[in-house]
Design a protein around this ligand. Structure first.
Ligand code: HAM
Length: 414
């Protein structure tokens, strides 16, 4: 017997009903992106490794542990979209064409993580990046848009957490304070965090390890590291969120695991998910464009995780189907059935028939499974009179219809 294959762990197949849900979510998201003035771009799945090493950060989990290398080249499957959008922006010198851009994207990302519920090796981002403004109103708009998308999709149970890291200098001060604060408790930290404490102390705040969490909790994080300008910026962001009626909590321990963030950061979590409870996250990255070789241009964005949205929705997927099913009672009428299908599809009615020689009873059962509202039954007797039977599957009624009136009758009934 020849070998059969399974999907790679940490990837998922979207069958017809899951695809329907996926596409509905993507369509609703694209609708909100349009509503807020964001333009969609489609970028490659492959990028140079260095883009993420420099962009996301050498000591980030993504770069340290999760990048999917493609063969022995210096190429990886993209783990996230922000550094990539910046690469696209700089490569096309867009800063010389306009001072402000709003981009959005929908597509797969890849991270070689140990798979678990909600943590995949291939997953999909619904992301947005606004480049060229430092306005606190834009920070609020980005959070507003993420919340609006989730509201429209129907993710009701969610919590918005916001925080500020301050500017690059503030962040450095913060890192220094954490290093000093945690040094005494170094031995209580996990192995990774002992290393992080020297190289990138902010990562320790992010650690999910229980021991590390309790050490961090004892730190009593304040906002002493923030300069007056950054404090004011954050206060203004919060006041716009208040005005918009967006509920949030100020989570002082929210630092995000990607190194490019400065100032406002946020995360949207759902209690319906397990330990991987973030449905989406984002923040400002005012230094990223410069660190990738461009000018000093501020930017902010977010990405929602499609698979986690689906988990948070927890709804039974609806089977996709067709509106009309055409069922010939004999093989002789199968050709006529194709002609009816052609007429229906020509006028834009989604319709299908059986291609496996099923009995009428089986065809009706199949039509039910396909969620057909109407079935056109072609019987020998009726056909002699140029008639068909139109069966309404919703109330089980049926009528004999003259062929010439069939399309009109279907139009009325659908
Ligand atoms: P991130 O927090 O790494 O941010 O990912 C955003 C979202 O993607 C997460 O909140 C989660 O829903 C989903 N996600 C991440 N990793 C996985 C995984 N392994 N399996 C399933 N879902 C996952 C970013 O990537 C930033 N680029 C977001 C951003 C855009 N910041 C500014 N602009």
């Amino acid at each position: 017997m020849s070998k059969t294959y399974s999907s790679i762990r940490g990837t998922c197949d979207f069958g017809p009903s899951q695809s329907l849900l996926f596409n509905t979510i993507a369509a609703k998201t694209r609708g909100i992106f349009r509503l807020f003035g964001y333009e969609e771009i489609i970028l490659p799945l492959l990028e140079e490794t260095g883009l993420f090493v420099r962009g996301v950060g050498e000591t980030s989990d993504i770069v340290e542990k999760q990048m999917f290398k493609v063969s022995d080249k210096d190429i990886v499957l993209r783990p996230e979209g922000t550094a990539q959008v910046v690469r696209y922006y700089l490569e096309n010198s867009l800063q010389n064409q306009s001072d402000f851009y709003k981009f959005c994207y929908v597509g797969p990302m890849f991270r070689g993580e140990r798979p678990q519920k909600g943590r995949l090796r291939q997953f999909h981002h619904l992301g947005a990046e606004a480049i060229g403004s430092r306005s606190f109103r834009l920070d609020a708009e980005i959070i507003w848009m993420a919340v609006r998308i989730l509201d429209d999709i129907g993710v009701t149970e969610k919590e918005v957490k916001v925080n500020t890291l301050g500017c690059a200098q503030d962040k450095q001060k913060f890192a220094g304070a954490i290093q000093i604060g945690l040094n005494a408790a170094r031995s209580q930290l996990c192995e990774d965090c002992q290393r992080r404490l020297d190289k990138n102390p902010l990562r320790v705040i992010d650690c999910k390890n229980h021991g590390c969490k309790s050490v961090v909790a004892s730190l009593n994080l304040g906002d002493d590291h923030l300069c007056a300008g950054c404090k004011e910026h954050f206060t203004q962001v919060l006041s716009v969120l208040d005005k918009l009626g967006i509920k949030y909590t100020h989570a002082k321990d929210l630092v995000r695991g990607l190194d490019y963030y400065t100032n406002t950061v946020f995360e949207i979590t759902s209690s319906r998910l397990g330990s991987q409870d973030a449905i989406g996250a984002g923040g400002r990255y005012d230094g990223l464009i410069a660190s990738l070789g461009g000018p000093q241009i501020p930017a902010i964005g977010f990405a929602l995780g499609m698979e986690r949205i689906i988990l948070a929705l927890g709804q039974e997927p609806v089977m996709p189907g067709v509106s009309v099913f055409v069922a010939p009672m004999s093989d002789d009428l199968s050709g006529e059935a194709v002609t009816i299908l052609q007429k229906l599809r020509q006028v834009g009615v989604d319709a299908d028939m059986d291609y496996c020689g099923k009995s009428l009873k089986s065809q009706l059962r199949f039509a039910q499974r396909k969620n057909a509202k109407l079935v056109v039954i072609l019987g020998d007797e009726e056909w002699k009179e140029q008639c068909v039977i139109l069966k309404d599957m919703r109330n089980n009624s049926q009528d004999k219809i003259k062929l010439e009136f069939l399309l009109d009758e279907i139009d009325i009934k659908l």
